[in-house]
Design a protein around this ligand. Sequence first.
Ligand code: ADP
Ligand code: MG
Length: 321
Amino acid sequence: MDEFELIRRYFTRASGDDAVLVNVGDDGAVLRAASGRDLVVVVDTLVEGVHYSATLAAEDIGYRAVAVNLSDIAAMGARPRWMTLALTLVQADPAWLAAFSRGLHAAADEFAVTLVGGDTTSGNQTVMSVQILGDVEADAAVLRSGARPGDCIFVSGTLGDAAKGLQLIEAGPASGPDREHLAARFRRPSARVTLGLRIASLVTAAIDVSDGLHADLSKLLDASECGGSIDVDRLPVSGQLQRIAGAAARRLALAGGDDYELCFTAPASAEAELYAIGGELGVRVTRIGAVAAGDRLICKELGVEVDYDVGGYVHFSGAKQ
Ligand code: ADP
Ligand code: MG
């Protein structure tokens, strides 16, 4: 199977989207941008052995590659529309490609995203870059920089599940419903696209939690030139994580990565509506802290400042920071 056959077989599908004027097959895709809207562009690269292990099922790798990008789109309050895929493969294994593309298309279909192009090369390591183009009403993109002292800090879903799930996957086949739930949270992150769209006009800033809550909230607060505090005892922890991790659950919720939940800030006046939206969508929304003046992010337990060993994954740092 050569490059062209591979593209035809696994990555070429009819598009039901009238805004895709030229799909896969020409030198470039032609997309009709909606007038009065801004484009939001995100890209994320997954490197085998760095972002995931080769033992992860190819279908999950495909799903994840799209979901982690959708999560960035969600954090911008944007609607995902189109994507491209740059794929470097060591070999063209039809079974792997069939499963990988199935997972990729499943995520794309779930969120109505059309794969409109890409690039396929051979190399000595499997690397994939998914780029998603989304759009948002003009000037309405949600940024990291809009938080203000006095705002409340919220997070969606539950935290720490995926970090524990990854540990379980690495330790061997997961057994039992709790372990399976946690492993699935790593394999198939739920991008909070609908939530992002619904809360966009209510929030002052947002970020998706990929490196860990403490690390990502720190980035949001830095961008907003603010400090803040997290009430660690309020962090939403799933029953599954509580049962499997016990006392370690809290630290996983604070510092574990890969959850792809949304962390956002909003004035207290928006709190009731944010909870109502979460209730409607079946996504937990929890107030976990407050934005303050200054530049420190502190953790509190029952109102008292505590020290935690935190920090997310940083490439080229040589170690967890
Ligand atoms: P070119 O030689 O002009 O770069 P390619 O042969 O690389 O074109 O690609 C042919 C077509 O297939 C292009 O429309 C490109 O966007 C698309 N394509 C290539 N690889 C992928 C992929 N992995 N997924 C989706 N579309 C792809
Ligand atoms: Mg070309």
